[in-house]
Design a protein. Sequence first.
Length: 313
Amino acid sequence: MSVQVRDPRFGDVVGDDAEVERIATGFGFTEGPIWHPTEHHLIFSDMRHDHQRRWSAADGITTYRRPSKKANGSAYDRQGRVVSCEHQTSRVVRIEADGTETVLASHYHGRELNSPNDIVVKSDGAIYFTDPTYGRIREDIGLLRGIEQPHQGLYRIDPNNSALDLLADDFWQPNGLCFSVDETRLFVNDTPRFHVRVFDVAHDGIGDGRISGGDVWAETLDSQGEKPDGRHPDTPPGMKPDGMKVDSEDNLYVVGPGGVHVFAPDATCLGVINMPEHTTNFAFGDEDFRSLYVTASGSLYRVRVKVAGFAAF
Protein backbone atom coordinates (compact mmCIF):
# COMPACT_ATOMS: atom_id res chain seq x y z
CA MET A 1 0.00 0.00 0.00
CA SER A 2 1.12 3.55 -0.66
CA VAL A 3 -0.22 4.87 2.66
CA GLN A 4 -0.37 3.93 6.33
CA VAL A 5 -3.56 5.30 7.87
CA ARG A 6 -3.18 6.00 11.61
CA ASP A 7 -6.19 8.29 12.08
CA PRO A 8 -9.43 8.53 10.05
CA ARG A 9 -8.73 12.20 9.31
CA PHE A 10 -5.93 11.11 6.98
CA GLY A 11 -8.47 10.45 4.22
CA ASP A 12 -9.70 14.06 4.32
CA VAL A 13 -6.19 15.53 4.23
CA VAL A 14 -4.27 13.19 1.93
CA GLY A 15 -6.70 10.52 0.70
CA ASP A 16 -6.88 6.84 1.52
CA ASP A 17 -5.55 5.79 -1.89
CA ALA A 18 -2.83 8.35 -2.64
CA GLU A 19 -0.81 7.25 -5.67
CA VAL A 20 2.97 7.67 -5.78
CA GLU A 21 4.16 8.54 -9.30
CA ARG A 22 7.84 8.59 -10.27
CA ILE A 23 8.41 11.43 -12.73
CA ALA A 24 12.24 11.39 -13.05
CA THR A 25 15.17 9.26 -11.89
CA GLY A 26 18.90 8.67 -12.32
CA PHE A 27 20.13 11.30 -9.84
CA GLY A 28 22.74 11.03 -7.08
CA PHE A 29 21.08 12.40 -3.92
CA THR A 30 18.04 14.61 -4.37
CA GLU A 31 17.08 17.37 -1.92
CA GLY A 32 15.76 20.91 -1.54
CA PRO A 33 12.74 21.04 -3.91
CA ILE A 34 10.94 24.37 -4.39
CA TRP A 35 7.99 25.07 -6.69
CA HIS A 36 7.58 28.35 -8.57
CA PRO A 37 3.91 29.33 -8.20
CA THR A 38 3.58 31.31 -11.42
CA GLU A 39 6.18 29.77 -13.75
CA HIS A 40 5.13 26.25 -12.71
CA HIS A 41 8.49 24.54 -12.45
CA LEU A 42 10.41 22.74 -9.73
CA ILE A 43 14.02 23.42 -8.73
CA PHE A 44 15.77 20.72 -6.71
CA SER A 45 19.28 19.71 -5.71
CA ASP A 46 21.22 16.68 -6.94
CA MET A 47 23.86 16.89 -4.25
CA ARG A 48 26.23 14.08 -5.20
CA HIS A 49 26.43 15.49 -8.72
CA ASP A 50 26.90 19.06 -7.42
CA HIS A 51 23.94 20.16 -9.52
CA GLN A 52 20.72 22.09 -8.99
CA ARG A 53 18.22 20.91 -11.58
CA ARG A 54 14.88 22.16 -12.84
CA TRP A 55 11.85 20.11 -13.85
CA SER A 56 8.70 21.17 -15.67
CA ALA A 57 6.00 19.24 -17.44
CA ALA A 58 6.88 21.01 -20.67
CA ASP A 59 10.69 20.75 -20.60
CA GLY A 60 11.45 17.79 -18.35
CA ILE A 61 14.82 17.96 -16.56
CA THR A 62 17.14 20.88 -17.29
CA THR A 63 20.00 22.59 -15.40
CA TYR A 64 19.34 25.47 -13.01
CA ARG A 65 22.81 25.88 -11.45
CA ARG A 66 26.03 23.90 -11.78
CA PRO A 67 28.22 23.70 -9.81
CA SER A 68 25.88 24.27 -6.90
CA LYS A 69 28.47 23.90 -4.09
CA LYS A 70 26.41 20.85 -3.10
CA ALA A 71 23.41 22.98 -2.28
CA ASN A 72 20.82 21.42 -0.01
CA GLY A 73 17.66 23.27 1.10
CA SER A 74 16.34 26.22 -0.88
CA ALA A 75 13.45 28.69 -0.72
CA TYR A 76 12.10 31.68 -2.61
CA ASP A 77 12.38 35.09 -1.00
CA ARG A 78 9.59 37.68 -1.27
CA GLN A 79 11.00 38.99 -4.56
CA GLY A 80 11.00 35.51 -6.12
CA ARG A 81 14.76 35.00 -5.87
CA VAL A 82 16.21 31.64 -4.83
CA VAL A 83 18.07 31.43 -1.53
CA SER A 84 20.08 28.24 -1.02
CA CYS A 85 22.10 26.49 1.68
CA GLU A 86 25.50 25.32 0.41
CA HIS A 87 27.04 22.33 2.17
CA GLN A 88 30.39 22.62 0.45
CA THR A 89 31.03 26.28 1.34
CA SER A 90 29.03 26.63 4.60
CA ARG A 91 27.17 29.59 3.09
CA VAL A 92 23.65 30.84 2.58
CA VAL A 93 23.47 32.50 -0.83
CA ARG A 94 20.89 34.35 -2.90
CA ILE A 95 20.75 33.79 -6.65
CA GLU A 96 20.05 37.10 -8.36
CA ALA A 97 17.97 37.44 -11.53
CA ASP A 98 21.14 37.55 -13.68
CA GLY A 99 22.54 34.39 -12.04
CA THR A 100 25.11 36.09 -9.81
CA GLU A 101 25.36 34.99 -6.19
CA THR A 102 25.11 37.18 -3.11
CA VAL A 103 26.40 35.69 0.13
CA LEU A 104 23.88 36.24 2.94
CA ALA A 105 25.64 34.29 5.72
CA SER A 106 28.90 32.39 6.07
CA HIS A 107 30.29 32.98 9.59
CA TYR A 108 29.04 33.46 13.12
CA HIS A 109 31.29 35.13 15.71
CA GLY A 110 34.24 34.86 13.33
CA ARG A 111 33.92 31.11 12.75
CA GLU A 112 32.58 29.41 9.64
CA LEU A 113 29.08 28.02 9.89
CA ASN A 114 28.81 24.23 9.92
CA SER A 115 26.82 23.44 6.77
CA PRO A 116 23.54 25.32 6.38
CA ASN A 117 20.93 22.72 5.56
CA ASP A 118 17.34 23.91 5.25
CA ILE A 119 15.82 27.36 4.96
CA VAL A 120 12.54 29.31 5.09
CA VAL A 121 11.64 32.93 4.40
CA LYS A 122 9.07 34.71 6.57
CA SER A 123 6.57 37.18 5.08
CA ASP A 124 8.58 40.13 6.46
CA GLY A 125 11.66 38.94 4.54
CA ALA A 126 13.52 37.43 7.51
CA ILE A 127 15.40 34.25 6.63
CA TYR A 128 15.61 31.30 9.06
CA PHE A 129 17.94 28.35 8.51
CA THR A 130 19.33 25.30 10.29
CA ASP A 131 23.05 24.55 10.57
CA PRO A 132 23.90 20.89 11.32
CA THR A 133 27.30 19.35 10.56
CA TYR A 134 26.37 16.92 7.77
CA GLY A 135 28.21 18.82 5.04
CA ARG A 136 31.46 18.60 7.02
CA ILE A 137 31.27 14.90 7.93
CA ARG A 138 29.96 13.40 4.66
CA GLU A 139 32.05 13.83 1.53
CA ASP A 140 29.28 12.73 -0.86
CA ILE A 141 27.04 15.67 0.11
CA GLY A 142 29.66 18.14 1.30
CA LEU A 143 33.38 18.57 1.92
CA LEU A 144 35.23 16.81 4.72
CA ARG A 145 36.76 19.38 7.07
CA GLY A 146 36.94 20.39 10.71
CA ILE A 147 34.00 21.79 12.63
CA GLU A 148 34.46 25.38 13.85
CA GLN A 149 31.16 26.15 15.58
CA PRO A 150 30.61 24.85 19.16
CA HIS A 151 26.95 24.09 18.44
CA GLN A 152 24.48 23.03 15.76
CA GLY A 153 22.16 26.00 15.64
CA LEU A 154 19.04 27.65 14.32
CA TYR A 155 19.70 31.12 12.83
CA ARG A 156 17.82 34.19 11.60
CA ILE A 157 18.99 36.77 9.07
CA ASP A 158 17.42 40.14 9.85
CA PRO A 159 15.54 41.59 6.86
CA ASN A 160 16.49 45.18 7.73
CA ASN A 161 20.20 45.05 8.51
CA SER A 162 21.22 41.51 7.42
CA ALA A 163 22.49 40.74 10.94
CA LEU A 164 22.85 37.03 11.73
CA ASP A 165 21.33 35.96 15.06
CA LEU A 166 21.62 32.57 16.76
CA LEU A 167 18.12 31.68 17.97
CA ALA A 168 18.69 28.23 19.50
CA ASP A 169 21.75 26.04 20.02
CA ASP A 170 20.47 22.98 21.91
CA PHE A 171 19.93 20.64 18.95
CA TRP A 172 21.84 17.48 18.11
CA GLN A 173 21.34 18.09 14.38
CA PRO A 174 18.63 20.61 13.38
CA ASN A 175 17.24 19.96 9.94
CA GLY A 176 13.80 20.69 8.43
CA LEU A 177 11.85 23.78 9.48
CA CYS A 178 8.65 25.59 8.56
CA PHE A 179 6.22 28.19 9.87
CA SER A 180 2.58 27.69 10.72
CA VAL A 181 0.22 29.40 8.26
CA ASP A 182 -0.12 32.50 10.48
CA GLU A 183 3.64 32.49 11.28
CA THR A 184 3.04 32.51 15.05
CA ARG A 185 4.83 29.16 15.39
CA LEU A 186 8.07 27.81 13.96
CA PHE A 187 8.54 24.04 13.71
CA VAL A 188 12.08 22.60 13.63
CA ASN A 189 12.98 18.93 13.65
CA ASP A 190 16.03 17.38 15.28
CA THR A 191 17.07 14.51 13.05
CA PRO A 192 18.88 12.09 15.42
CA ARG A 193 16.20 12.56 18.08
CA PHE A 194 13.34 11.78 15.65
CA HIS A 195 11.24 14.64 16.97
CA VAL A 196 9.73 17.97 15.94
CA ARG A 197 9.96 20.99 18.24
CA VAL A 198 7.72 24.05 18.20
CA PHE A 199 8.73 27.64 19.00
CA ASP A 200 6.54 30.69 19.51
CA VAL A 201 7.44 33.57 17.17
CA ALA A 202 7.28 37.12 18.55
CA HIS A 203 5.08 39.71 16.82
CA ASP A 204 5.25 42.48 19.39
CA GLY A 205 6.83 45.24 17.32
CA ILE A 206 10.02 45.08 19.39
CA GLY A 207 11.38 41.56 19.20
CA ASP A 208 9.62 40.65 15.97
CA GLY A 209 10.82 37.30 14.66
CA ARG A 210 12.53 36.20 17.86
CA ILE A 211 11.48 32.82 19.22
CA SER A 212 10.71 31.27 22.60
CA GLY A 213 9.65 27.87 23.86
CA GLY A 214 10.97 24.91 21.90
CA ASP A 215 9.09 22.00 23.46
CA VAL A 216 8.88 18.68 21.65
CA TRP A 217 5.67 18.77 19.60
CA ALA A 218 5.69 15.33 17.93
CA GLU A 219 7.85 12.30 17.16
CA THR A 220 8.24 10.50 13.83
CA LEU A 221 7.78 6.80 14.66
CA ASP A 222 7.90 3.76 12.40
CA SER A 223 4.97 1.45 11.70
CA GLN A 224 5.62 -0.42 14.96
CA GLY A 225 5.55 2.79 16.97
CA GLU A 226 9.31 2.74 17.51
CA LYS A 227 12.14 5.20 16.90
CA PRO A 228 15.15 3.83 14.98
CA ASP A 229 18.56 4.67 16.40
CA GLY A 230 19.05 8.12 14.94
CA ARG A 231 22.71 8.38 15.94
CA HIS A 232 23.70 5.02 14.46
CA PRO A 233 25.77 5.60 11.29
CA ASP A 234 23.96 2.80 9.44
CA THR A 235 20.52 4.40 9.81
CA PRO A 236 19.74 5.65 6.27
CA PRO A 237 19.07 9.39 5.81
CA GLY A 238 15.54 8.72 4.58
CA MET A 239 14.65 7.01 7.86
CA LYS A 240 15.14 10.22 9.83
CA PRO A 241 13.19 13.50 10.10
CA ASP A 242 14.19 15.83 7.29
CA GLY A 243 12.16 18.17 5.06
CA MET A 244 9.00 19.69 6.52
CA LYS A 245 6.06 21.88 5.38
CA VAL A 246 2.54 22.79 6.48
CA ASP A 247 -0.49 22.80 4.20
CA SER A 248 -3.13 25.53 4.03
CA GLU A 249 -5.00 24.03 7.00
CA ASP A 250 -1.88 23.77 9.23
CA ASN A 251 -1.46 20.03 8.85
CA LEU A 252 2.27 19.38 9.15
CA TYR A 253 4.05 17.07 6.70
CA VAL A 254 7.51 15.83 7.70
CA VAL A 255 9.87 13.22 6.28
CA GLY A 256 10.32 10.30 8.66
CA PRO A 257 10.60 6.50 8.79
CA GLY A 258 9.02 5.04 5.64
CA GLY A 259 8.18 8.25 3.82
CA VAL A 260 6.22 11.42 4.58
CA HIS A 261 4.43 11.63 7.93
CA VAL A 262 1.32 13.81 8.21
CA PHE A 263 0.31 15.42 11.52
CA ALA A 264 -2.90 17.25 12.36
CA PRO A 265 -2.65 20.69 14.01
CA ASP A 266 -3.18 18.94 17.37
CA ALA A 267 0.03 16.90 16.75
CA THR A 268 -1.80 13.61 16.10
CA CYS A 269 -0.05 11.56 13.43
CA LEU A 270 -2.73 10.94 10.80
CA GLY A 271 -0.64 8.59 8.72
CA VAL A 272 2.32 8.11 6.41
CA ILE A 273 2.71 8.35 2.64
CA ASN A 274 4.93 5.35 1.93
CA MET A 275 7.76 6.05 -0.50
CA PRO A 276 9.70 3.44 -2.50
CA GLU A 277 13.05 5.12 -1.82
CA HIS A 278 14.59 6.83 1.20
CA THR A 279 12.94 10.25 1.32
CA THR A 280 14.64 13.58 1.99
CA ASN A 281 12.26 16.45 1.26
CA PHE A 282 9.23 17.66 -0.69
CA ALA A 283 7.37 20.74 -1.90
CA PHE A 284 3.73 21.51 -2.66
CA GLY A 285 3.20 22.32 -6.31
CA ASP A 286 1.07 22.41 -9.46
CA GLU A 287 -1.49 25.12 -10.15
CA ASP A 288 -3.75 24.02 -7.29
CA PHE A 289 -0.86 23.28 -4.87
CA ARG A 290 -2.31 19.84 -4.25
CA SER A 291 0.70 17.88 -5.50
CA LEU A 292 3.63 16.86 -3.33
CA TYR A 293 6.88 16.80 -5.28
CA VAL A 294 9.05 14.42 -3.25
CA THR A 295 12.83 14.05 -3.49
CA ALA A 296 13.87 10.51 -2.59
CA SER A 297 17.40 9.14 -3.09
CA GLY A 298 17.94 9.07 -6.87
CA SER A 299 14.41 9.95 -7.98
CA LEU A 300 11.72 12.61 -8.04
CA TYR A 301 8.11 11.60 -7.22
CA ARG A 302 4.70 13.25 -7.27
CA VAL A 303 1.74 12.50 -4.98
CA ARG A 304 -1.67 14.15 -5.23
CA VAL A 305 -3.28 15.17 -1.91
CA LYS A 306 -6.66 16.65 -0.95
CA VAL A 307 -5.68 19.75 1.06
CA ALA A 308 -3.61 22.35 -0.79
CA GLY A 309 -0.36 23.89 0.34
CA PHE A 310 0.19 27.59 -0.30
CA ALA A 311 2.49 29.77 -2.36
CA ALA A 312 5.70 31.07 -0.82
CA PHE A 313 5.45 34.55 -2.40
